[in-house]
Design a binder for this molecule. Structure first.
Ligand code: PSU
Ligand code: MN
Length: 306
C-alpha cells in the first residue's frame, strides 16, 4: 500500500470503476465553495455529476473532509461545501495542513489534480483554470494551477481562462513548462465567457477519440505533466467581449485599490463579476461548466474504449 492511501477516502462506486478501468471524471470543489454563490453552486455540482453519468462515466468530486481526501461526494457533502460559512481554499501549499488539522477544505485545480492522480483518475473537468494575473510585474501572482499542469499527469478539461488573467502570459508560461494546450473544436484559445481570443493554439482536435489518443500516446511515452483541453463556451451562452471585459477591468481595479492579495484575489474577482453582471456571468459560467462536463465525460469514455 502506498503511504498516501490511508489519506484517501474513495467511494465504493469510484473504487469499482478504478478496478474495472471504467471512465471516471474528477471534479474540483473550490468552484463550489469560492467560485459561485449558493444555491447555484450546489445545483451546478449536482447537474455536472448527472451529465457525466448520462455519458456512462462516473463523477468523482474531490474535497478535504475529516482529515481525508474524499473522492466522490454524497449530496449531503455537496450541500455542506456549498453552504458552510467557512471552507478553506486548498491549493498544493495548503493540502498537508488542512488534512492534518481535519478542517473542511475545497480543492482548486492544482490540488484536485494532485488528489486525482493519487486516486488513479486521469480526467478532470472544471470551468476555468488559474493563470498569470494581470499586473504580474508588481505582484508576482501566478496560480499554482500552472505549475501543477507541468508536473501532474491528469488531463484537465476547461473553457480556457477568464480575462481576469493575462492570457498571453499564461500561454507563455504553459509553453515554457511544456504543457500541451489542445483546442476542442477550436484553433484559438477560448476566454471562458467568450469563444475565442486571437491566441492561436498549436494543436486542436474535433473528436473525443482524437483527444483520447493523444492522452494515451503521452502516457505511453512517459511524459510527465498534464494536458489542458480548452473547450469554448457554447455560442448561445457566450457574453459580448466588450461588455464582460469592461466589468473585469473594473473588478481588477477594485482589487488593487482594496489591496486584495494571495489566494483571496481570484474569489474576490469572481464574486465581483457575478455582482456587476447581475447574475448574467453566472448563467454563462453554468452553461460552460455543463458543456465541459459533457465533453470531458466523452473523452474519458473514448479513452476507456481505446
Ligand atoms: N477560475 C474560475 N472559477 C474558479 C476558479 C478559477 O473561473 O472557481 C478557482 C479554481 O479552483 C482555480 C482557482 O483552481 O480558482 C485558482 O485560484 P488561484 O488564482 O488563487 O490559484
Ligand atoms: Mn494567486
Amino acid at each position: 500500500m502506498e503511504k498516501f492511501e490511508k489519506y484517501l477516502d474513495i467511494t465504493k462506486e469510484v473504487k469499482n470503476a478504478l478496478e474495472t478501468g471504467k471512465a471516471i471524471v474528477a471534479l474540483e470543489s473550490t468552484i463550489i465553495s469560492h467560485g459561485m454563490p449558493y444555491p447555484e453552486n450546489v445545483k451546478m455540482a449536482k447537474r455536472v455529476e448527472d451529465i457525466i453519468r448520462e455519458q456512462g462515466a462516473i463523477p468523482a468530486t474531490i474535497a478535504i473532509m475529516d482529515g481525508k481526501i474524499k473522492v466522490g461526494l454524497s449530496d449531503e457533502d455537496l450541500e455542506t461545501l456549498a453552504k458552510a460559512s467557512h471552507v478553506e481554499k486548498v491549493s498544493r501549499r495548503d493540502l498537508a495542513a488542512v488534512i492534518a488539522s481535519k478542517t473542511l477544505g475545497a480543492t482548486t485545480v492544482a490540488s484536485t489534480m494532485i488528489c486525482a492522480e493519487m486516486a488513479g483518475i486521469k480526467f478532470f473537468v472544471t470551468g476555468g483554470i488559474g493563470g498569470v494575473h494581470r499586473g504580474y510585474e508588481t505582484t508576482l501572482d501566478v496560480s499554482a494551477d500552472l505549475e501543477e499542469l507541468s508536473t501532474t499527469n491528469v488531463t484537465v478539461i476547461c473553457a480556457g481562462a477568464k480575462a481576469i488573467l493575462d492570457l498571453n502570459r499564461t500561454m507563455e508560461y504553459l509553453e515554457t513548462k511544456g504543457v500541451p494546450v489542445i483546442g476542442f473544436g477550436t484553433k484559438f484559445l477560448p476566454a471562458f465567457y467568450t469563444r475565442e481570443t486571437d491566441i492561436e493554439l498549436r494543436t486542436s482536435v474535433n473528436t473525443p477519440k482524437e483527444l483520447a489518443e493523444i492522452v494515451d500516446t503521452k502516457n505511453q511515452l512517459g511524459l510527465r505533466g498534464g494536458i489542458l483541453v480548452v473547450n469554448p463556451i457554447p455560442n448561445e451562452d457566450s457574453l459580448a467581449g466588450d461588455y464582460i471585459n469592461s466589468i473585469i477591468d473594473k473588478a481588477i481595479e477594485e482589487s488593487f485599490r482594496k489591496n486584495i492579495k494571495g489566494k483571496d484575489v481570484t474569489p474576490f474577482l469572481l464574486a465581483k463579476i457575478v455582482e456587476e453582471t447581475k447574475g448574467k456571468s453566472l448563467e454563462a459560467n453554468l452553461a460552460l461548466v455543463y458543456n465541459n462536463a459533457l465533453v470531458g465525460a466523452q473523452i474519458a469514455k473514448a479513452y476507456e474504449m481505446l
